[in-house]
Ligand binder design. Structure first.
Ligand SMILES: Nc1ncnc2c1ncn2[C@@H]1O[C@H](COP(=O)(O)OP(=O)(O)OP(=O)(O)O)[C@@H](O)[C@H]1O
Length: 256
């Protein structure tokens, strides 16, 4: 469903942030990317929907290389790729439902988008999605008055408004308390298991990865150093993923 092949990226033309990154994501699975700070996790996620332009490789989404699409085609493809962020990226003065409706902006004409003209069908769908994430009663509250966990659930509902095949989650629980963490992770797990959506999550919390992931990609120093089912994520494997300067010359890394 999503296959990344030989992805490479340097921000400054010298230091490589990603070197030859390859992995696949299956439908209906939660795939978690773990690795030390600065390893390249965010760069991978942002390359997948082309929020940043990578330098080399292939990103096959439903057998089409996202990197080869023109602007209009990319806009269409992005409608099937939801994204949620650590800092939620909501428009705080707008209500929860208005933020969720923004999820379908990509399918609208410029004029309808600028004037936020939504059909009744779309409003009903947005309400249903807020209900799905347990926030029906907050639909008409301004997002600035919601808790962090509630904001992240609005973010998930907004992503679902796009009817995505995959949701990319960049450290979705980094700012949340333990209870909200479980609520958000349970929702993401449910979307994979029951709705067949692929969920690709950058995480720092290995214990959460152990509880929720089907598959784990370990990244160190811009390279894949682990790619296996969650059951194979031993303590030794974790130590290898997080070791300093993995992949630098002379260092022995992992046991695939
Ligand atoms: N906009 C940028 N300009 C220059 N270098 C960047 C930029 N964004 C990231 N980098 C560099 O690319 C490398 C990978 O960064 P990235 O943010 O992808 O790592 P990460 O694994 O997501 O880190 P963290 O877990 O701390 O969020 C780092 O060396 C970082 O300094």
């Amino acid at each position: 469903m999503l296959t990344v092949k030989h992805l490479a990226k340097s921000y400054d033309g010298e230091k490589k942030s990603l070197t030859d990154v390859s992995f696949s994501v299956q439908p209906g699975e939660v795939t978690v990317i773990i690795g030390p700070s600065g390893a390249g996790k965010t760069t991978i996620l942002r390359s997948i929907n082309q929020l940043i332009r990578d330098d080399d490789g292939e990103i096959l989404f439903d057998n089409t290389d996202i990197r080869q699409l023109n602007r209009a085609q990319l806009r269409q493809a992005r409608c099937r790729i939801g994204m949620i962020f650590q800092n939620y990226n909501l428009i705080e003065p707008l209500t929860a439902i208005e933020n969720v409706l923004h999820g379908c902006l990509g399918t609208k004409s410029n004029l309808a988008g600028i004037f936020s003209i939504y059909r009744n069908r779309e409003k009903e769908e947005a309400l249903k999605l807020l209900e799905k994430v347990g926030l029906a009663e907050f639909a008409y509250q301004q997002c600035r008055n919601l808790s962090g966990g509630q904001k992240q659930r609005v973010g998930i509902a907004r992503a679902l408004m796009q009817q995505p095949k995959i949701i990319l989650c960049d450290e979705p629980i980094a700012s949340l308390d333990p209870k909200s963490t479980i609520t958000v992770m349970d929702i993401l797990r449910d979307l994979a298991t029951n709705d067949g959506i692929s969920v690709l999550i950058n995480l720092h919390q290995v214990d959460i990865a152990r509880s929720y992931a089907d598959h784990v990609i370990g990244i160190n120093n811009g390279q894949v150093v682990f790619d296996d089912r969650i059951q194979a994520l031993s303590d030794t494997a974790i130590a290898s993923i997080y070791q300093k300067d993995a992949n630098s010359e002379g260092s022995v890394v992992h046991e695939f």
